[in-house]
Design a protein around this ligand. Structure first.
Ligand SMILES: CC(C)(COP(=O)(O)OP(=O)(O)OC[C@H]1O[C@@H](n2cnc3c(N)ncnc32)[C@H](O)[C@@H]1OP(=O)(O)O)[C@@H](O)C(=O)NCCC(=O)NCCS
Length: 211
């Protein structure tokens, strides 16, 4: 039987966030032109304008900036279990589900809320990467596919491996500084449309907009 490609009808994005119906979202926020792919699970997190996720992405307790690209099977902030209790099993805090109490142990959830991840703007997170608790990822960074990020990542730096280490920079420190000063991700939609074609050439972009 030949496999016949049948493209899914492409949805045009808009200022209203697009969320695939298979995804589960709890107490989270998404800005304009955002898109959340299939089978995502998102808890108490925020997504800046234009940021998108592909399929099977998990995001817990995280602030994500604008224009970020998050590939499939990424996990941001896998939550921690209490290791100092007799058992690490979640029945000790999800008491209601297991019939061990009438209220869950909120202390554990509050503890998880203190371990938030922060991701800047224009960050690309590759397929299957895992970003661990409390990590901050600078604007413009790249996380290679399959990496496990345990330490903060500087802006415009490419990290790879387990644990992830810097392998190179996207641009020179001078160009990175100029881009951070220009902060094009904060431009209005109108300004972005006016200068849209300039986004493909970093040298001329900087000459035109440097501060
Ligand atoms: C990080 C990345 C952007 C680097 O691409 P690149 O600039 O072309 O880099 P290279 O392929 O030249 O690799 C540079 C070095 O990093 C290593 N490297 C690249 N990707 C790696 C990864 N995912 N994990 C570990 N090491 C990696 C290479 O082995 C090479 O090491 P060496 O210098 O010792 O030989 C790319 O490898 C990557 O992971 N892209 C993400 C793809 C993805 O997940 N897409 C999902 C769709 S959104």
């Amino acid at each position: 039987m030949p496999l016949i490609y049948k493209p899914k009808q492409e949805e045009k994005l808009s200022i209203t966030p697009y969320i695939d119906e298979s995804s589960q979202i709890i107490n989270s926020y998404a800005g304009k032109w955002t898109s959340i792919g299939a089978y995502n699970k998102i808890i108490e997190s925020s997504f800046g304008d234009y940021t998108y996720t592909m399929d099977d992405v998990t995001v817990n307790y995280t602030e994500i900036g604008k224009f970020c690209s998050i590939a499939s099977h990424v996990c941001i902030n896998p939550v921690q279990h209490p290791m100092n209790r007799v058992t690490q099993h979640h029945m000790t805090y999800r008491k209601v589900s297991y019939g061990f109490g009438s209220e869950d142990d909120e202390e554990i959830f509050d503890w998880r809320r203190t371990q938030r991840v922060k991701i800047g703007h224009d960050v690309w997170i590759g397929h299957g990467a895992i970003i661990m608790k409390g990590v901050e990822i600078g604007t413009g960074a790249v996380i290679a596919s399959g990496s496990i990020v345990t330490k903060n990542v500087d802006p415009y730096t490419i990290v790879a491996g387990v644990p992830a280490k810097p392998i190179k920079r996207r641009f020179s420190p001078e160009i990175s500084d100029c881009l951070l000063k220009i902060s094009w991700w904060d431009w209005s939609r109108e300004k972005l449309e006016t200068h849209f074609d300039e986004l493909n050439d970093v040298e001329t972009f900087i000459v035109a907009h440097r501060k």
